[in-house]
Design a protein around this ligand. Sequence first.
Ligand code: NAD
Length: 355
Amino acid sequence: MSLRFARFLSTTPTLRANYGFIGLGQMGQHMARHIYAKMEPSDKLYVFDTVPEATASFVDTVTQQKPEAKSQLHTLDAIPKFVTDVDAQLDFIVSMVPEGKHVKGVVSELVDAYKKNPQTGSTTFLDSSTIDIPTSVEVHQMVKKELPEFDFIDTPVSGGVAGARKGTLSFMLSREDHKDVAPDLVKLLNMMGTNIFPCGKNHGAGLAAKLSNNYLLAVTNLAVADSFQLAKSFGLNLQHYAKLVSVSTGKSWASVDNCPIPGVYPENNLPADVGYKGGFITKLTKKDLVLATDCANQYDRALFLGPTARKWYLKACEREDLGSRDLGVLYEWLGELEEKNGEYVDKKTSESFKV
Ligand code: NAD
């Protein structure tokens, strides 16, 4: 019986675990920090980022918070060292890197290293990055072909940097049901987040859920911006209108939890109250919308609102001040546009364009 299968059958997680984490950026540094903070005294955590300063800053932060676990944390300076420079074979290696090409590169290096240094147990690679489904499927097939005992699971997240910081992320993964998620995996995901959503049995189901949801977010956010600009041109009191929407059929995350009208929920310190700084930036919304619409094409699914929304987000992101601020800023931007004979004029830049 393989180690992985034995663990899968077991109802309690193994007592000792070795974790690897790759990509200590805005999201990854917090996810890895929660693993470090919650790991058992017998566990170990190995981390790597291509930017040495990211690793150094991570080590500084976490060892100040929990100095007693310092000896359980190890930094590595190259991917193959997750195989060659560890005390024992790692149970899980999580990647949280920008794009599909980075995931493919990281996992290919790991697979090569494991092939050169054969092990008796199995390692599960978890990829929490938001990437395109075909690349993730290709990486999964490569892992299964080269190292049949190993697994590669797409475990994308929602909750943003705030959720990563608080440890309240939701994980979406390609498993049919909760009973199909191994106890060790549940334990690891619960260290970093609070919700686990099995999305389907085929590899890529987690990403499919992530992209479908973020497609909905991108389109809804644009509709919310449009609706609030319409209400403004009708001369409505926008703060009162926003409160009405919050208990009406137009209610959504974009219209309420991330309301783009300043001053409606001052107690929540929303991006709209601080000039749309922070939050989930427009560039990342555009990235996910582009991934969703590209994947829809690859899966022969015609999207009705996607192509238009995509053009608006691509256009918005040409302006750095819009791309680098919270997606609620699209409300402000739409108010800066004037329509003349089918062309739009951006009053701030004087540029005219068609969508
Ligand atoms: P980021 O750019 O802040 O961090 C990525 C980190 O990966 C960087 O530190 C970079 O140096 C490192 N890296 C890049 N290539 C690497 C490699 N080959 N090996 C090791 N490290 C490497 O990005 P982020 O905001 O943390 O996002 C990471 C992923 O999570 C992206 O796919 C993003 O779409 C997704 N995501 C982000 C958010 C968010 O709100 N920021 C929310 C959900 C999902």
